[in-house]
Structures are given as structure tokens and as C-alpha cells.
Design a protein around this ligand. Structure first.
Ligand SMILES: [Fe+2]
Ligand SMILES: [Fe+2]
Length: 171
């Protein structure tokens, strides 16, 4: 792949690592506030994001490219409540979706066709992740005034997957 596209893939690796850390920070907040179910869900999301970074790293290497990890900013913390946590997750995922879209456009532009199937899998993954987070936000809003329902919802969260394709590594 050309140098510009390789730089974009390296940025995407950084964004996946930033996602991992964003979810770890959210998980820590949730655990500290006794939302143990949300904490477990968020922590497993963090692991998924670490896996995404590895998939991109392996792809760059398979294409005979050079991996260069970037510096990362501190993730957002200090949330007001669980809705704020998942709203931040949704905003973050939207940024990632946009970034992968840009990467797809750049790959097409430089006629780097081998990148397209991988990026398509990640775009599918983003649709699923955004949808799962949106559902959780909706449910959290429904039970906002009912602590026992909120507790039940929290305890049920670890049983959910953010996406069926997981890392998208199945294909
Ligand atoms: Fe990701
Ligand atoms: Fe994600």
C-alpha cells in the first residue's frame, strides 16, 4: 500500500487503542459506582478494541507495510451517570465509524483493493456496535427513575454482545 494509506492505517490502529482505553476508563467508573454488570460489559468491549488494533496491525504487516504506534491522549472520565457513560461510548463509536469510512474512501482512491474487504467487515461491526450501545442507552433511559429495574438491567448486561461478528476476524 502507498505511504499515505499506510499512515492512515497506523492512525486507525491508534484509534482502536484509544477505544480500548476509553472503554477501560468507562469500566473503571462503572465498577467504582457498583454497576458491576456494565463494568464487565465495558471491559469486554475494551478487549474487543484491543483485538481490532491487532487485526489492523497484522493487516499492515501482511501487506509488507510498517507499523508505527502513535501517542495517545487520556480518555474521557468523570461521568455523571451510566447514561452519560454509554452516550460517550456512542459518540466515540460514531467517530470510529467515520474514521473507517474515510479509510475506505482513501483505499478506494488509491485503488488499494485488498484493503476493502477488511474495511467492509469493520464497517459492519461498527453498525452492530452502534446499535447495541443505542439500545442500552434507550433501556437505561426507560429505567432511569426505577433503581431496582436499573439494578436488574445492569446485572443483565454482561450476557450481551456488542456485535455478533466480534472482531470481524471470522472472514
Ligand atoms: Fe474497534
Ligand atoms: Fe468499537
Amino acid at each position: 500500500m502507498d505511504a499515505d494509506l499506510q499512515a492512515r492505517f497506523n492512525e486507525q490502529i491508534g484509534l482502536e487503542h484509544a477505544s480500548e482505553r476509553a472503554y477501560l476508563q468507562m469500566a473503571a467508573w462503572a465498577e467504582a459506582h457498583d454497576y458491576t454488570g456494565a463494568a464487565a460489559w465495558l471491559r469486554s468491549q475494551a478487549q474487543e478494541e484491543a483485538q481490532h488494533a491487532l487485526i489492523f496491525i497484522d493487516f499492515v504487516l501482511d501487506r509488507d507495510g510498517e507499523v508505527a504506534l502513535t501517542a495517545l491522549e487520556a480518555p474521557q472520565g468523570g461521568f455523571d451517570d451510566l447514561v452519560a457513560v454509554f452516550s460517550a461510548a456512542l459518540e466515540h463509536e460514531k467517530r470510529v465509524t467515520a474514521a473507517i469510512g474515510e479509510l475506505y474512501a482513501a483505499a478506494q482512491e488509491s485503488r488499494d483493493y485488498p484493503s476493502l474487504p477488511l474495511l467492509t467487515r469493520f464497517l459492519d461491526e461498527q453498525v452492530e456496535e452502534e446499535a447495541s450501545v443505542r439500545t442500552i442507552i434507550g433501556e437505561l433511559r426507560m429505567v432511569a427513575d426505577d433503581p431496582s429495574a436499573l439494578l436488574m438491567l445492569d446485572r443483565e448486561l454482561p450476557g450481551r454482545r456488542a456485535s455478533t461478528s466480534g472482531t470481524g476476524a471470522t472472514a
